[in-house]
Design a protein around this ligand. Structure first.
Ligand SMILES: [Zn+2]
Length: 366
């Protein structure tokens, strides 16, 4: 129904309000509109990775969706169902030989081992779908300012091989697809997973000169000692600017240079992490103007993570998300989000951290 107030009119979809006396109806309608979810979430039950008993909690995607609905953060109608990426989309990033091996199940035993998840044709389908979900989220955020795919973020996949649980680089595929469609020219990846985005750095390496240390603009806000232990380095050339904040002493052993890498020391806590994040984003946006921001919101910088060695709290991780969304909103940069890793001892913590990313976006973009 169309509701008219003194200053504006708006649509309310809740027909139960029609039964109410006018003043109460107005209040209820206004509440409904104010609580409306301000963007779309991309999700499919088939995001589930068929990898059996594994440290990667493949059921986290469904649990996140269920929690978002049961806690009334989002409704079923706020979710979009993605289509798998096409082979042509995948080939915008990955080498034909590698794609052929995946489609025919002919990876060598060594290549299968490097992937660190058991290969199956079903797994190939799940990764094609994750890439389709990221394409959808990237497209959707251009009109809605923000869109979150409850999956993806497979930042360790390279053009010619997969590793570290990542077969296909869904975010890179999305960027290349939107560039091909002339929807965007430039993009920035902001990777906050605890592990460096080695695949992202390699894919978008372009022609770089040797990395140089960057001056820290906010080192005065950091704890004594952290500024000297943390290294921020970078240099950039190309249409995609890559930022990675990660634990230095962690996988991958070899870290190909991103446009900006922040090598954080073991045990880095909320305040220092947030200062370095702020520093890296500011530095990146002084050098580069992206048409699209791809935020890889890993849950594994959490202090209880089994594969991470940073010490962020659940509250600190939500502040991280808020910081990213506030910057994107202030600068009017569309932001698409993917989830990457999260290996908390208690899977409910991983689910909470990922749900908080949705809540943070809802608060910032409401
Ligand atoms: Zn990770």
């Amino acid at each position: 129904m169309r509701v008219q107030t003194e200053t504006r009119s708006f649509d309310c979809a809740d027909s139960s309000h029609c039964e109410l006396p006018t003043p109460l109806r107005m209040t209820k309608c206004l509440e409904s509109v104010q609580n409306m979810f301000p963007f779309k979430l991309v999700y499919s039950d088939a995001y589930y990775l068929p990898i059996g008993e594994h440290v990667f909690p493949a059921e986290k995607y469904r649990r996140i969706r269920d929690r978002l609905i049961s806690s009334h953060i989002a409704e079923a109608t706020d979710f979009l169902e993605p289509e798998p990426a096409t082979d042509q989309d995948i080939l915008l990033v990955h080498k034909p030989e590698y794609v052929h091996k995946l489609k025919t199940g002919t990876l060598s035993p060594r290549e299968q081992m490097e992937l660190e998840v058991p290969f199956s044709p079903e797994l190939v389908k799940a990764f094609w779908l994750a890439a389709g979900g990221s394409i959808m989220a990237a497209r959707q955020c251009l009109s809605d300012k923000v869109c979150i795919s409850i999956g993806g973020g497979f930042h360790h996949a390279f053009p010619d091989h997969g590793e570290g649980f990542c077969m296909i680089h869904d975010v890179a595929v999305a960027i290349r697809r939107l560039q091909r469609d002339d929807k965007i020219r430039t993009a920035m990846t902001l990777d906050c997973d605890v592990h460096q985005g080695n695949g992202t750095a390699a894919i978008f390496a372009g022609t770089r000169t040797e990395s140089v240390p960057l001056p820290s603009v906010s080192s005065s806000t950091l704890s004594p000692g952290t500024a000297t232990k943390t290294k921020m380095r970078g240099t950039h050339a190309g249409e995609v600017f890559t930022i990675s904040l990660h634990q230095h002493n962690n996988y991958p052993l070899y870290k190909p240079p991103s446009s900006i890498d922040v090598d954080l020391p073991d045990g880095c806590r909320d305040d220092d992490y947030l200062a370095w994040l702020d520093n890296a984003i500011s530095s990146g946006l002084r050098q580069f103007e992206p048409d699209l921001l791809c935020y890889i919101a890993g849950a594994d910088p959490y202090r209880e993570d089994q594969l991470g060695g940073l010490a962020l709290t659940i509250e600190g991780l939500k502040k991280r998300d808020e910081l990213v969304f506030r910057v994107a909103r202030a600068r009017d940069i569309p932001v698409m989000v993917t989830y990457a890793g999260g290996y908390a001892r208690n899977i409910e913590d991983t689910v909470t951290i990922h749900c908080n990313t949705v809540i943070a976006a809802k608060e910032v973009f409401a």
